[in-house]
Design a protein around this ligand. Sequence first.
Ligand SMILES: Cc1cc2nc3c(=O)[nH]c(=O)nc-3n(C[C@H](O)[C@H](O)[C@H](O)COP(=O)(O)OP(=O)(O)OC[C@H]3O[C@@H](n4cnc5c(N)ncnc54)[C@H](O)[C@@H]3O)c2cc1C
Length: 395
Amino acid sequence: MHVNTLILGAGAAGLHCAAFAGTSTLVVDHAKSAGEKIRISGGGRCNFTNLGTTAANFISRNPHFAKSALARYTQWDFIDLMDRYKIAWHEKTLGQLFCDDTAKDIIAMLLAEVANAGGEVWTQTSIGNIRHDGAQFQVALKRHGQAQLVTAANLVVATGGKSIPKMGATGLAYDIADQFGLAVTETRPALVPFTFSDEKFKPLAGVATPARVTTNDGTAFDEALLFTHRGLSGPAVLQASSYWVDGEDIAVSLSPGFDLASALKADRTSEGRKALTTTLAKYLPARLIEFIASELKLSGNTGDLSDVRIEALIADLRNWTLKPSGTEGYRTAEVTAGGVDTNGLSSKSMEAKTQNGLYFIGEAVDVTGWLGGYNFQWAWASGHAAGTAIAAREG
Ligand SMILES: Cc1cc2nc3c(=O)[nH]c(=O)nc-3n(C[C@H](O)[C@H](O)[C@H](O)COP(=O)(O)OP(=O)(O)OC[C@H]3O[C@@H](n4cnc5c(N)ncnc54)[C@H](O)[C@@H]3O)c2cc1C
């Protein structure tokens, strides 16, 4: 069988690419259904983009690489597509857009777009040997147990990263990059909870509080922090994990952006006879206060606090230094940081510099978004960049 374009991976990037790549496009995937990560994302409602998307919301060895694709297919373009399919959406927080109903609507929309463009999707198809014979790609596939050799002028690699192997993630994209002489930057789990070997936060499991989490490079995120049986999670922590380097500390600031010193000074007179722990529990979760009470010597009454003591207490609460022993790894990481080195790709088309007609898009590439819809926006934008480049070449 011959197609003009063979796309490996029917996830967000692969499906969106197929919508633009023109007729004679085949998308293949070993999973049972297309778009499985879209289906489970955002608690089943898919945080499909972010209103504030800019290149600054992405991590890459080359921070400029994503700019071109993001500028040519913006959050507004995807919103327009959603509106055309009458899929209702809402902003939850911080520019994060979610489906009102279900993420399955987005998968159905993408599959309709692929069909409208004349493309075809094969699921439950495994990918074997890949080679370029000088004129075209030859890819050995196995569909429903039957071997099938497909030749293609263009090969788009959209098989994602290593996150959540249980859902079918593999390192295939990195192997293909390697085969065609492209470098791969070091990959690691990102948007992932931290673990602590002593499980010291076990008594606090389930407690959430606003916090600022800062990594050693000075990157800070102000969002919720959640204590878990194994360590720390919540948006502020997941964001920080993408910048964290194994072995380093993180700094946690509790109750950031709130003038706790003035509040405590006022409480000294209004509730001076109350225990300090009781007063603090107005501002921070009571279980957390109980947990840190002995370490921070939170004994005595509120009225006994001196200005110096208040300042020292605030300093402790605002600079809680912790050393994670690791992360929960690819098992739960939302994304894989690192990937196919952008130096080897065109930022306009995502085409490999070492091989004509070979493209890498989506999470497989060394472009990793923050939490909040940015990773899907990168999948849409990079898929569009490759798809339109392929269509233009044909036209
Ligand atoms: C639990 C969870 C929630 C998330 N929520 C959000 C969110 O709300 N917003 C957001 O922006 N991002 C979210 N993400 C991240 C987002 O899902 C990914 O960044 C995005 O799906 C990447 O798109 P992709 O097409 O590059 O890869 P994927 O969507 O991972 O698609 C890759 C496809 O390739 C297939 N494949 C892989 N290896 C092979 C192989 N060897 N042979 C054949 N097929 C193969 C896979 O089956 C898969 O269908 C979430 C991730 C997870 C895990």
